[in-house]
Design a protein around this ligand. Structure first.
Ligand code: BG6
Ligand code: MG
Length: 220
């Protein structure tokens, strides 16, 4: 039985995954490190500091900066990111997402948010969709980052539903792994190859209709 759908935010509900990419890419270039979209797949769903560590490792610069310098670099990226999200409006919801949220509400299925971002509340507010969520679990509320299942398990607990009755929706490798580790049904949005661990994959959110996800869930 399907009781809840728990969504990732960046790259699923809105295209902030692109803004994270732009902001990291600019910082990396400043440090003389080039990275492409394939590498960026490994940053999706990963916390701010861990993302910076991965970028520095890519450039062979792991030991070049002190902790204070790393914090300053992460801060600089976040300031750029905050500029990018400052102008977001409800028009920035990805195709089909508002319809899906509405239909889930209509069908009395609980809705959760499981986001690794400390900016999650700001983005949800800017999109004007706060009212749809029965719970929001963000980076501040968990110890372990994705692919650890904690963030999805915490959301299920707060919704008072068994994880096996939940669908998790993710655009990140680390996120799909977290959903599977939480014993939930994993829906991946995006690249088939990158998200191959998911139980069901759609290319874009336009394919994420209520009927499609319910059918996929019960087919298992
Ligand atoms: C995740 C994004 O949702 O949040 C990552 O997929 C990002 O790209 C992470 O690094 C942390 O976000 P923030 O806003 O706290 O830096
Ligand atoms: Mg994401």
């Amino acid at each position: 039985q399907l009781n809840a759908v728990i969504f990732d935010l960046d790259g699923v509900i809105t295209d902030t995954a692109e803004y994270h990419f732009i902001a990291w890419k600019q910082l990396a270039e400043q440090l003389g490190i080039t990275f492409d979209r394939a590498f960026n797949e490994q940053l999706k769903g990963v916390s701010r500091m861990e993302s910076l560590e991965r970028i520095l490792a890519l450039g062979g610069q792991t030991d070049r900066y002190t902790m204070a310098e790393k914090e300053a670099l992460a801060h600089q990226k976040n300031e750029h990111y905050k500029q990018l999200i400052a102008r977001m409006t409800p028009d920035d919801l990805l195709p089909g997402m508002l319809d899906l949220l509405r239909e889930l509400k209509r069908q009395n299925i609980k809705i959760g948010l499981a986001s690794a971002s400390k900016n999650a509340f700001t983005v949800i507010e800017r999109l004007g969709i706060r009212e749809y969520f029965d719970t929001i679990v963000d980076a501040a509320k968990v110890q372990n980052s994705k692919p650890h299942p904690e963030i999805f398990l915490t959301a299920a607990e707060q919704l008072r539903v068994d994880p096996s009755t939940c669908i998790g929706v993710e655009d990140a490798q680390a996120g799909v792994a977290a959903i599977k580790a939480a014993n939930m049904f994993a829906i991946g949005v995006g690249d088939k190859e990158a998200l191959k661990e998911a139980d069901y994959i759609v290319e874009t959110t336009a394919d994420l209709t209520y009927d499609a996800i319910v059918r996929a869930f019960y087919r298992e």
